[in-house]
Design a protein around this ligand. Structure first.
Ligand code: GLV
Length: 319
């Protein structure tokens, strides 16, 4: 089996693949799209990074390709429908991504609510000492408030458990309602999308990026939210119309936002940098060394499981 990796990361973790198979790795860098395009026809397996486009053009060139193993739970970089049509299996890394991403979403929510980053900045800037009056630096209460979760998959459920531990009420909206016993176990209530917008004190996006979820939070949706609401996005940037969000934050349509992902690539719109009621991180949902290792292991297990049939493969099903 010939395997092509688009990236050179955590090489020791990919040793098992290199020992067993014929593996090509770009030494100390990532392959460009054009470089992969040139070589792909002689490879059986492609290990792609979450931002590497596996589109129709590449799939058409990849006449021997049998598996695309993505380093991510998200697979919006891959034309999954076309790959499956061509008989190519697509695999992702859901398990190691659940806890760190839910932890970050919780952290972002608490940060925005209690103004941790904002007050840290203020404390450092204030040379004459900060006034610490009892009615200063007020934040938003968390316990007893309602968290709305859009997308109740594995990460949504993990966030739900964490929010319940903080004493929050949780409502959710999902393509499919959960079975009643699962709703009971999680202690969550299913609501329509408009009710989710209207009732949430905090609204967390935990859905994949698809045609259906593109700009799910647009101007109209923001108008339906509470003026006191805080939006959290640790999923994918294009779920939010970022220009509409800037306007909403400037005009107090909603109270705040906490974002790990941005609509236009890796960087937020410059207006967001000027706003104090926004917390931002540079797509660090799974950015710990231990989690990066686990994701690399998951990629290797998907590849080996696919070839040898000796372990489960996290297959992406037809969306
Ligand atoms: C990270 O963004 C992932 O999709 O795993």
């Amino acid at each position: 089996m010939k395997i092509l990796l688009t990236y050179d990361l955590l090489r020791d973790k990919f040793q098992e693949l290199e020992k067993r198979y014929d593996v090509t790795v770009p030494e100390g860098r990532s392959f460009t799209y054009d470089e992969v395009y040139e070589q792909i026809s002689s490879y059986d397996i492609l290990c792609s990074m979450f931002d590497f486009p596996v589109d129709k053009k590449l799939i058409d060139k990849a006449t021997n390709l049998k598996l695309v193993a993505n380093y991510a739970v998200g697979y919006n970089n891959i034309d999954v429908v076309y790959a499956l049509e061509k008989g190519i299996t697509v695999a992702n890394t859901p398990d190691p991504v659940i806890a760190p991403t839910a932890n970050l979403a919780l952290g972002l929510m608490i940060d925005a609510a209690r103004r941790i980053s904002e007050l840290d900045r203020k404390l450092r800037k204030d040379k004459n000492g900060m006034h610490i009056g009892v009615m200063e630096n007020l934040g938003s209460q968390i316990t007893g408030r309602t968290l709305g979760i859009f997308g109740m998959g594995r990460i949504g459920k993990a966030l739900c458990k964490r929010a319940r531990a903080c004493g929050m009420n949780v409502i959710y909206h999902n393509r499919k309602q959960l079975y009643q016993d699962e709703e009971t176990k999680l202690n969550v209530i299913y609501v329509g999308f408009d009710e989710l917008l209207e009732q949430s004190d905090f609204l967390s996006l935990n859905a994949p990026y698809t045609k259906e979820t593109y700009h799910v939070i647009d101007e109209k949706a923001l108008q339906r939210m509470k003026p006191s609401a805080i939006l959290i996005n640790a999923a994918r940037g294009p779920l939010v119309d970022e220009r509409a969000l800037v306007n909403a934050l400037k005009n107090n349509v909603i109270h705040g936002a906490a974002l790990d992902v941005f609509e236009f690539g890796d960087y937020p719109l410059p207006e967001l940098l000027e706003l104090e009621n926004v917390v931002m991180t540079p797509h660090i949902g799974t950015q710990t060394l231990a989690d990066r290792y686990e994701m690399a292991n998951a990629v290797c297990n998907n590849v080996i499981g696919f070839i040898e049939g000796d372990r489960p493969v996290a297959r992406v099903l037809k969306p």
